[in-house]
Design a protein around this ligand. Structure first.
Ligand code: ADP
Ligand code: ADP
Length: 228
């Protein structure tokens, strides 16, 4: 579903962030990218929705070289969840979840109906929380709205950058488990960046272990843990 072929990224200041990366993520697979800060995880991920362009190599999504795609159309097929969710403070939770749908031309009624289903899916009762504003939610609940919003257009691919990083450890574990249950039903192709090896092990079908700009190991959690 996602294929990296010899992808490198050198930033204008000369920093090589990613160096000759080649790997493949199968449809419906969740791959966690784990490693210390600054090793190229975020750069890897942001090249998939063309927020960053590779210096060399190519990336295919669904068999198509993304260099030739319209970035806006591409991002409709790729949900993006980040640590600081960035909800619109003056819109209700329901309208936040519906944002992508109304932006892509759906009428308000159907968009809100779909948004309510999505809130249900991420464990927020739309009747209770739909009419609240983001400031009236806990951190964990805001993160759930972020996931709902990313799923709104039903994209085949989800990019998640430290999605559970901003909440306390107890809530984090709950969100991780909820997301795994959700993933068992929606089966998205997921790249999930984390610097937490426990999260990588718990969440990943496979784990990509990063060292400076490269993947040093790409294997199942059991194999990574068993490695010398
Ligand atoms: P990670 O997500 O693993 O923390 P990043 O992909 O953010 O790593 O960064 C990889 C390397 O690229 C780091 O050395 C970082 O400082 C550098 N880098 C990231 N963004 C930029 C940028 N816009 N300009 C220059 N260097 C950058
Ligand atoms: P979570 O485990 O989802 O992070 P918390 O334990 O932080 O939830 O919050 C528990 C309850 O407190 C939630 O039902 C939430 O609605 C409520 N709550 C948290 N912060 C606020 C707030 N700023 N205003 C109103 N209610 C809040």
């Amino acid at each position: 579903m996602i294929l990296f072929e010899q992808v490198s990224k050198v930033y204008p200041d000369g920093t090589t962030a990613v160096d000759g990366l080649s790997f493949e993520v199968a449809e419906g697979e969740l791959v966690t990218l784990v490693g210390p800060s600054g090793c190229g995880k975020t750069t890897t991920m942001m090249m998939v929705n063309r927020l960053i362009e590779p210096t060399s190599g190519r990336i295919l999504v669904g068999g198509e070289d993304i260099a030739g795609t319209d970035p806006v159309a591409l991002r409709r097929r790729i949900g993006y969840v980040i640590q600081q969710v960035g909800l619109f403070p003056h819109r209700t939770v329901l309208d936040n979840a519906a944002t992508v749908l109304t932006l892509t031309g759906r009428r308000k009624g159907p968009a809100r109906a779909r948004a309510a289903e999505l809130l249900e899916l991420v464990g927020l009762d739309p009747a209770t929380y739909g009419s609240r504003y983001p400031a009236q939610l806990s951190g964990g609940q805001r993160q759930r709205v972020g996931v709902a919003r990313a799923l709104a257009a039903d994209p085949p691919v989800l990019l998640m950058d430290e999605p559970f990083g901003a909440v306390d450890p107890v809530v984090r574990e709950r969100l991780q488990n909820e997301f795994l249950r959700l993933q068992a039903t929606v089966r998205k192709t997921v790249l999930l960046v984390t610097h937490d090896i426990e999260e990588a092990v718990r969440m990943g079908d496979r784990i990509a272990v990063y060292g400076a700009g490269r993947i040093e190991q790409l294997d199942t959690p059991a194999a990574v843990l068993g490695a010398p």
